[in-house]
Design a binder for this molecule. Sequence first.
Ligand code: GLC
Length: 587
Amino acid sequence: MRKHFAALVLISLLLFTHTTCTSGASAKKTYDWNTLEELVASMTLAEKVGQMTQAERKDVFKTEIEQYALGSILSGGGSTPEVNTPKGWVAMTNGFMKESLQTRLGIPLLYGIDAVHGNSNVLDATIFPHNVGLGAIAAGNMERGTEAAYTAGRLTAQEMLATGIRWTFAPVLGNAEDVRWGRTYECFSEDIAIVTAMGVSAVKGLQDGGVGACMKHFLGEGQTTDGLNKGDAVLDRDGIERILPPYRAAIDAGAMSLMPSFSSVNGIKMHEHKELLTDLLKDEMGFEGFIISDWDAIQQLSGGSYKEQIGQAINAGVDMVMATGKRENWLQYVQYLQELVEEGIVSMERIDDAVLRILRFKQSIGLFDTQLTKKAGAVGSKANRNAAREMAADSLTLLRNENDVISKLPSYKRILVTGQGAHNIGMQCGGWTITWQGSHGPITKGTTILEGIQAATKGKANVTYASGGKAEGTFDAIIAVIGEDPYAETDGDRSDNINIRDVDMKMLQHAYSYGCPVIVIMVSGRPMTIGDEYEKWDAFIAAWLPGTEGGGIADVLFGKRDFIGRTPYTWRKTINGDVLYPFGFGL
Ligand code: GLC
């Protein structure tokens, strides 16, 4: 008898450990599609609302992820751990994840970031050309362009996973139709066919690389009157149909999250546009993923109070709210959304639908299978930088080349390199780099345009650098780099002409004074309005925003690689003025 009893005890012990092991430590937990519904059904309202909440990493105190069962945390642009290394990021993201695994149901936390041209908050990560540059490749050679978008996505995913981050708010699927808009460079082109092909490739590259993509910003962000960021787009049904292909194709390619635009369509803010978010996107287009709001976008809706605005957004089809701006915003969001459900203003089936979509996304990126990052990886490898360098080279767009001066460059012995953009990693990278707005100077590891030229001409020519254009001596040619200060979003909006900056005009006057050929390279997020100034230039090259690997410019200037790029935007002499270079132009 005693033997049997002992055996019984042993078996029940084994059984007990087995069940707690699978049900307790969610690391082993695996859900298949139908059990997600069961999981939702087992959740309390508070847990469901928690899943629908995204807070900024700085606004969440210790244990609050567990206390509120938060579904997601993000890093806003430039929001980094104290130690901005992959190790520092992994320590932070693992820390947040562990907290989520302590909750009753252990639903793993989703961490999101704007890895929009590389994992661009992380110091010394590879920074690829912004989308405008990739779009220039596609405008010249669609196959090369889509390969570049795919590779940039896949390598960005690699450098995200190195830091424990599984979801990026990319790619932008808008097509800028007014270059005064500050987000023109985040779009691949004005041309819908290019945006569609490149958007699909970016989604595939990111997701094949193991992270979740996020289509943004739905819909009509590039069609606002006068290119105003967060402005209003007047679109009839055809106008809407015309800009849907990138989204239809990206959904077919497996994109499972989407961010609405701050802007409005026909006077209705996108974040409360039920007809477009639910009737069109979810019902007609069959989008099964989830909708994440933009940064504190709810507070811009038509409702008279934050609580009313929350009801508008959730009932319009927003599934998770990026409740940021200040800490109270997410705490109040949690409270108000529960009240809205208890008051019957937001239905429980709307809540269940939102939570199911969020869990479906988490499952699609493997979060239920692996949660923690075992070991920090590397960012900025030589291989990744070489890939980015090829893209920077291929994006170069030759717009003017009098007397074929470019082909004579390798024969010149004395070259003067000038311009604030010639030795300036920050200017090469533009916005969304290390900080939200980006900034001038040696902000992260990379190769400047000057350094690329010096390496390419080593032992063959004497290269002098003078940022302001004043240098002693005589030269065979001047390479003058002009362009834009780094910016992001509204900070990049222009109400009128995007003229050559004063600092560059001053430098150009000096460059002209040497009487030798002047080759102008423009580092900018969009076509700038240069009037007739280009007539003084022997050659004119658009480099767009090439990223950290500025050496790619020299690879083309000194004959290692051909010019592939064509302008992905119509280039006018002045805003709404005469066309200087039509869309797709390049020598
Ligand atoms: C920003 C941008 C959006 C970004 C989000 C999180 O305001 O509009 O593109 O993904 O906030 O940083």
